[in-house]
Design a protein around this ligand. Structure first.
Ligand code: ZN
Length: 335
């Protein structure tokens, strides 16, 4: 709350045939024409003199005489009008001191409409069958490790919150250790993490967070310049619009090396099928399928290491052919 207010006391200003009470932050008209104004001592002026008011009371005239520097103008309201002065003054002061809408220090960013309609559930199910995808195995994360997609930011503005990007990762740990980490409660923000889905080296699809949930896979991240900020103090992130898919790292990739022996053909096949299903479910073009390394802005993430796009693309084209969904790759760098 700013204090003191710009104008410590509301000032009466005539204008447009009304008297306006102007404080630092508000101008409130009081509902009487100026020349019938009441209960306030105003600077002497011919127009506001007692004599100009045909209904001036004797009390008002007497008071005006006692105060030669000012003229008290009496209205038809007389006594009741005077009694409003403290109340109106208090309301004006409260309006001046009350909470003001905070000014947002950053704009809301959005991605352009991709122009791809989400497909109905029956069509998605038929595609999943055609791709021979194994059923999802439930490996739910502890609620501390994911959240809800947030429709509005701290300033009440609507922000992008539907899935619009697909981000690929690798686990580094074994799939079992990764699932265990996600299932463990983590009260500290820095320890909270999750993906939506994990594909292990045995070819299993492990469901960790529902698509509609906000998995914590990419803090401090941006897609090009696009990012989502929720609070004034928060860094930009993409979790509000991302679907996170992770591949289990091979045993020779447990450390921090630059590369490892890569992913199995089945992992590529299942990853391509999952990406295609997500694209069709949410209307996401191939130009918005990316990696954690590409969107990370903390300069600390390099995953998925040793990921071969040509292997993924080959598997994706085959999957898109089976489902008749080649339109989700338009062969363009952007939409
Ligand atoms: Zn990652």
């Amino acid at each position: 709350m700013p204090w003191p207010p710009l104008a410590p006391w509301p000032r009466a200003v005539p204008g447009f045939g009304w008297t306006w009470y102007v404080s630092g932050f508000a101008a409130v008209p009081v509902g009487f024409p100026v020349d019938r104004q009441t209960w306030l001592l105003l600077p002497r002026s011919p127009r506001l003199s007692v004599q100009s008011e045909p209904h001036a009371s004797l009390v008002g005239a007497a008071a005006a005489k006692r105060q030669p520097g000012a003229t008290q103008v009496q209205s038809r309201l007389g006594g009741p009008g005077r009694s409003l002065l403290p109340l109106v003054s208090l309301l004006l002061l409260l309006s001046a001191c009350g909470p003001r809408a905070a000014k947002a220090p950053f704009p809301v960013q959005t991605l352009a409409d991709a122009g791809l309609k989400p497909l109905p559930a029956a069509r998605l199910a038929a595609c999943a069958t055609a791709l021979r995808l194994p059923p999802e195995l439930a490996r739910p994360a502890d609620p501390s490790n994911f959240g809800q997609r947030q429709a509005r930011d701290a300033f009440g503005r609507e922000v992008p919150h539907r899935p619009q990007l697909i981000v690929l990762h690798e686990t580094v740990l074994t799939a079992a250790d990764t699932v265990r980490h996600f299932a463990t409660p983590h009260p500290r923000d820095d320890d909270q993490a999750s993906y939506h889905l994990l594909i292990d080296r045995a070819g299993q699809r492990l469901r960790i967070v529902a698509d509609t949930g906000r998995a914590y896979g990419a803090g401090m991240a941006a897609f090009g310049d696009f990012t989502v900020r929720i609070r004034p103090t928060s860094v930009g992130a993409l979790n509000n619009v991302a679907l996170h898919l992770s591949l289990e790292t091979p045993p020779d990739g447990r450390g921090d090396g630059d590369a490892h022996s890569g992913y199995t053909p089945e992992q590529y096949r299942l990853a391509a099928g999952q990406v295609l299903l997500w694209q069709a479910a949410w209307g996401i073009p191939m130009s918005r399928v990316t990696t954690h390394e590409a969107v990370d802005r903390s300069h600390s993430r390099r995953d998925p290491r040793s990921f071969r796009w040509e292997s993924f693309d080959k598997a994706w084209r085959e999957a898109a052919g089976r489902c008749g969904l080649a339109a989700y790759d338009r062969g363009r760098a952007t939409i």
